[in-house]
Design a protein around this ligand. Structure first.
Ligand code: PXP
Length: 235
């Protein structure tokens, strides 16, 4: 199973102070040193965390695979075809959302999505679609020409008890169907150190993109050392 580390929250901390640190590109290098198979960032229309400059630096320095999540807009396609990440994952984007709230509604936006997939592929960029674990979305995803889908594991992560079993079965079934349809199958959203294992053993899923939980843990496991280093400076 490949791990793509989503480093948006590193930029979130920087942007909270409009400061120079922490640099997402440094976080990307450390994640790669630790064995990450890829780096994922979401360039949002409102630039609330990752900035265009980050994308260019990451393109230069990421030596694994750079996956950029973005909305299917002309602005984003222009940036992607200029920066040329290894892969673009098309996601729905709503200005007032705290994070991505669900998969694409491909049926509603089929022509736009297929057009963007085609423009990305012409530029040599792999195109993946972030979709809910729903059979109709998988069939529609294939029809857009995309070669990969990322199944939204958010509902699984949010559910409790029997609900979680139901949501896990949906993800398993969607992964099987997408694989049978010839799509590369990825997964992500809401995965944590405590809920990842049942998803990680789904045989058709080849990569998981995980962000919030890894950055949250990094803050906590790194805090003790950071405080000690400051105390040492204070003398
Ligand atoms: N995959 C997609 C498409 C996402 O939008 C996100 C969040 O940016 C993730 C994966 C990572 O989700 P989380 O931060 O909850 O691990």
């Amino acid at each position: 199973m490949r791990l793509g580390v989503n480093i948006d929250h590193v930029a979130t901390i920087r942007q909270a102070r409009r400061a120079r640190e922490p640099e997402p590109v440094t976080a990307a290098a450390l994640a790669e040193l630790a064995g990450a198979d890829g780096i994922t960032v979401h360039l949002r229309g409102d630039r609330r965390h990752i900035q265009d400059r980050d994308l260019r630096l990451l393109r230069d320095l990421v030596s694994t695979r750079l996956n950029v999540e973005m909305a299917a807009t002309d602005e984003m396609v222009a940036i992607a075809t200029d920066v040329k990440p290894d892969q673009v994952t098309l996601v729905p984007e709503h200005p007032d959302e705290v994070t991505t709230t669900g998969g694409l509604d491909i049926g509603q936006h089929q022509a736009v999505i297929a057009g963007v997939v085609g423009r990305l592929q012409t530029a040599g960029i792999g195109a993946s679609l972030f979709i809910d674990a729903a059979p109709d979305q998988i069939a529609l995803a294939r029809a857009t020409g995309a070669t990969a889908v990322e199944i939204n594991t958010g509902p699984y992560a949010d559910a409790r008890l029997e609900g979680r079993t139901v949501e896990l079965a949906r993800v398993q079934q969607a992964a099987r169907q997408a694989h049978e349809d010839g799509l590369e199958v990825l997964g992500g959203h809401g995965l944590t150190y405590t809920n990842v294992t049942p998803v990680a053993v789904i045989p058709e899923i080849v990569e998981l993109n995980i962000g919030h939980s890894i950055i949250s843990r990094a803050v906590l496991v790194g805090l003790e050392r950071a405080v000690r280093e400051m105390i040492a400076l204070l003398g």
